[in-house]
Design a protein around this ligand. Structure first.
Ligand SMILES: NC(=O)c1ccc[n+]([C@@H]2O[C@H](COP(=O)([O-])OP(=O)(O)OC[C@H]3O[C@@H](n4cnc5c(N)ncnc54)[C@H](O)[C@@H]3O)[C@@H](O)[C@H]2O)c1
Length: 254
């Protein structure tokens, strides 16, 4: 695969899969716009990519919950690289974990302050929605583009406590991805959702069962994203692809 001359925006790019996507895309010659709220780590990671002298990286501090910041990230990408070929929406996570909610204090869903769930829905669902609305203006002009949403097995399974997360991920996996694919078809724009099971960006994900008996190495998820973005992946569109070691087929064995 070679992404020379292509530009990708990766959100949540200071850590985990958003970072790995940016590193992998740049190692294959592409330019990356790395968006995150963690400015210090973001700047460090951007510099590490640029030292390698392959594809070029820039960092944009961008809270995906803020539409004006999302538009500013889009404008920066076009100003520096002239185009946007791919947007990969990695920023996300379960609000009760990301916001460090103490379950002994807030034992059940209705006990958790609503602003925690607001955060989850805003980052996981509204962020990708905002990015789609902002970058499709540019992609429509170019008559090309790809948006990769990142769903989750939890979007299919549900979760009785971190309810913002499956609600948002299901929105990406089905409604948003198919809708953007429909809008995009006259303009040669695709939209694909990639939905992992447990991924070892955190060691405790190893506890989640799968049919293959392990969690994913993050690179396995990124390799699928890169395939979808590559010349060989052009027929994949409007689809939610589970990459979960068969967890979605486990049924009562879970
Ligand atoms: N790790 C897993 O097992 C797993 C499984 C299924 C799906 N996913 C999904 O994959 C994606 C990446 O997961 P990860 O484990 O690599 O994540 P991670 O926690 O390592 O990284 C998330 C990044 O998002 C950034 N971020 C948080 N809020 C933001 C905001 N408002 N605006 C911009 N950036 C923000 C954080 O600073 C962080 O750098 C997430 O959407 C997650 O829901 C992960």
């Amino acid at each position: 695969m070679n992404f020379t001359g292509k530009t990708a925006i990766s959100t949540g790019a200071a850590s985990g899969m958003g970072l790995l996507f940016a590193q992998s895309f740049a190692s294959l010659g592409g330019n990356v716009v790395m968006c995150d709220v963690n400015e210090e780590v973001l700047n460090e990671k951007v510099a590490e990519i640029n030292i390698l002298n392959k594809g070029r990286a820039i960092g944009v501090v961008c809270d995906v919950r803020e539409y004006a910041q999302v538009c500013a990230a889009r404008d920066k990408a076009v100003e520096v690289f002239g185009r946007i070929d791919i947007v990969a929406n990695f920023a996300g996570g379960t609000a009760v974990r990301m916001r460090k909610v103490d379950r002994s204090e807030y034992p059940e869903f209705p006990d958790v302050p609503i602003d925690v769930y607001d955060w989850g829905i805003d980052v996981n669902l509204k962020g990708p929605f905002y990015f789609a609305h902002a970058v499709l203006k540019q992609m429509r002009k170019q008559k090309s583009g790809l948006i990769i949403n990142i769903g989750s097995i939890t979007g299919q399974e549900g979760d009785g406590y971190g309810i913002d997360y499956p609600t948002s991920k299901a929105g990406l996996m089905f409604g948003l991805t198919k809708s953007i694919a429909q809008f995009g078809s006259p303009y040669n724009i695709r939209c694909v959702c990639i939905s992992p099971g447990p991924v070892l960006t955190r060691t405790n994900m190893a506890n989640m069962k799968t049919l293959v008996g392990r969690a994913a190495d993050p690179q396995e998820i990124i390799d699928l994203c890169l395939f979808v973005a590559s010349d060989k992946g052009q027929f994949i569109n409007g689809e939610n692809i589970m990459i979960d070691g068969g967890r979605n087929a486990m049924g009562r064995w879970k």
